[in-house]
Design a binder for this molecule. Structure first.
Ligand SMILES: Nc1ncnc2c1ncn2[C@@H]1O[C@H](COP(=O)(O)OP(=O)(O)OP(=O)(O)O)[C@@H](O)[C@H]1O
Length: 547
């Protein structure tokens, strides 16, 4: 064959017997190629596919060996073909291919465009119980019952990360990819992951666990936000309020019924809200004011009623407060006003933790937490036969006493700021400057209606104030301002020296925004003396009220 024809040939065949060339055709007829082939064959060992340099560039050769005979087919490496580039460039390319094909954690299957299985990797053959080469030449479905290689050939679309059931509850993750040449699908390759199924299952389990944890922490956070908000609503830094907040926190998480006692307007409802927010965050808080509901309706409000239980009852029936509060908190406000006949029924519900709607015999289990409140003297009600002794013990696992405002006058500056801010926020007004003598004057007033009265008084003053300033004069509309002793009169009476000190203490405290440390510094007295003055202020108010 002429030199130019040989070099332009695209194929070569070399036959060797016992290492000696017995035939060379096409590309293999070029002496330089034969030399390169001899070197490459020696290096290839028993490998059948290997790269070698040809005079016009890289080449690739396939060798078949038997009985001392070697038949080698060779051709130039197509630089556009990734595999040939790979083989030509990497001296251990075949080792890599070998490793991929014999990876113990991955099975490989190859189908041609007719859906005939061409190759099953050794690991996969073992897994399928096939002898070596046992799958080749069969329709893919005969080798793997639910194989989708034929579908991938037909659609030309890869299927990645799909589960494939092999029977006996064995599921593996499979990737299937179409193989294209010149844009045509000529086959499909399947990759079965042996290890990754467990890894995926483990990952899924871990993800599930993380999701559960996330949900838990999300709820905790919501609860914390809610509860922090609710406890922060209880304004006041007096010792009485600090103790009350501690008691609320201690009791909130326990499953004990709580009875909140205190005069009207002291903040019992706020305390109940804080207990609920801390103890059963995210659940319902269902309230029933027993003084506000007509006596005849209390029972149906609490128990609800079954469908058509009585004339005029809702057709679908209606749940009572017991049911509505389930898993949450049931707040019985003004519990001292509960009718006697309902007291017995309430007692039964609290003892048995089940309730039936009126007109029904289906008992529903309940798990609400009970918090009650009253401004009444329950002891006196019991003595007068208006409240059951046994019910009292049932509802008052823990009793919390909310102090009246006169016992925590030092909270007035903070409460003043709080109520002013609330009013302004509600009405879209700017926060005004509050004259320092306002808090001092408020602390001098009797507050039989407690915080509710204080709040109304402040709001009334705000209504008639210029938006930028709240001055003492704004409180002059009612009787209270006139009733307060004038400062000159106070100063004039020598017996009131202590009162004067107290007033100064309260005024300075107001100027310092309720900060006792700063107030004591400004007054030049110790903090404990300031506490003493404030305490005496509360005590003196108490004794004057007692008279
Ligand atoms: N510690 C507090 N901090 C801020 N506001 C408070 C505080 N205590 C009470 N208030 C406010 O005072 C008003 C009366 O409070 P609440 O209704 O809780 O009193 P109560 O004791 O339940 O009254 P009643 O016995 O009449 O039902 C409400 O506007 C409430 O927001």
């Amino acid at each position: 064959m002429p030199e130019e024809q040989i070099s332009a040939a695209s194929l070569g065949v070399l036959v060797r017997r016992q290492g000696a060339v017995v035939a060379a055709l096409g590309l293999a007829a070029v002496p330089a190629t034969q030399q390169a082939l001899a070197v490459a064959l020696a290096a290839a060992g028993d490998r059948t596919l290997f790269a070698l340099p040809l005079p016009l560039g890289p080449g690739i050769a396939t060798a078949l060996r038997a009985d001392g005979l070697e038949v080698v087919l060779l051709r130039p490496a197509d630089s556009g073909a990734t595999l040939l580039d790979f083989v030509a460039a990497v001296p251990f390319a075949f080792d890599i291919l070998e490793q991929i094909l014999s990876d113990p954690y991955q099975g490989i299957t190859v189908a041609d465009h007719t859906g005939t299985m061409r190759y099953v990797s050794p690991v996969h053959e073992k897994f399928l119980g096939l002898p070596p080469g046992g799958g080749a030449g069969k329709p893919v479905e005969q080798v793997i019952r639910n194989s989708r290689l034929r579908a991938v050939v037909a659609s030309g679309k890869a299927e990645i990360g799909q589960p494939l059931e092999f029977g006996n509850a064995v599921t593996r993750v499979v990737n299937r990819r179409p193989v294209r040449r010149d844009g045509q699908v000529i086959g499909a390759v399947g990759q079965v992951m042996f290890r990754d199924t467990e890894a995926v299952a483990q990952m899924a389990a871990e993800m599930q666990q993380l999701r559960t944890q996330l949900e838990f922490y999300r709820r905790e956070l919501d609860g914390l936000r809610e509860s922090r908000g609710a406890v922060a609503e209880l304004v006041g830094d007096s010792q009485a309020m600090q103790r009350l907040r501690e008691e609320v926190a201690a009791v909130a998480r326990l499953d004990v019924p709580v009875l909140v006692q205190g005069e009207s307007g002291t903040g019992k409802e706020l305390v109940v809200r804080a207990i609920h927010a801390l103890g059963r965050p995210g659940q319902a808080l269902v309230s029933l004011n027993l003084a506000a509901v007509p006596e005849s309706l209390v029972e149906s409000e609490l128990f609800g009623h079954a469908a058509g239980a009585f004339t005029g009852s809702a057709r679908q029936g209606r749940p009572g407060k017991f049911e509505m509060a389930n898993a949450g908190t049931l707040f019985l406000d003004e519990v001292g006003d509960i009718p006697m006949d309902v007291q017995i029924k309430l007692l039964r519900v609290l003892e048995e933790r089940v309730a039936e709607r009126l007109g029904s015999h289906a008992a529903r289990p309940l798990s609400f937490r009970l918090v009650s409140a009253t401004h009444r003297d329950i002891g006196a009600l019991i003595d007068g036969g208006a409240f059951r002794h046994d019910l009292f013990y049932r509802i008052s696992g823990v009793r919390l006493q909310v102090p009246p405002l006169r016992e925590r006058l030092e909270d007035i500056p903070a409460l003043l700021a709080h109520f002013v801010l609330q009013f302004c926020q509600r009405n879209g007004r700017p926060m005004p400057c509050i004259d320092p003598d306002v808090a001092a004057w408020l602390a001098e007033q009797p507050w039989p209606g407690n915080l509710r009265q204080l709040r109304h008084r402040i709001e009334e003053a705000l209504v008639f104030s210029p938006p930028e300033r709240l001055a003492l004069a704004a409180f002059g509309r009612g009787e209270a301002l006139r009733a307060a002793p004038a400062p000159q009169q106070q100063a004039a009476a020598p017996a009131r020296l202590k009162d004067h000190e107290r007033s100064a203490a309260l005024r300075t405290l107001a100027e310092c925004g309720g900060n006792k440390k700063r107030a004591a510094e400004r007054l030049g007295i110790s903090r404990s003396y300031l506490y003493k003055l404030l305490g005496e202020s509360a005590a003196s108010r108490r004794s004057s009220q007692a008279l």
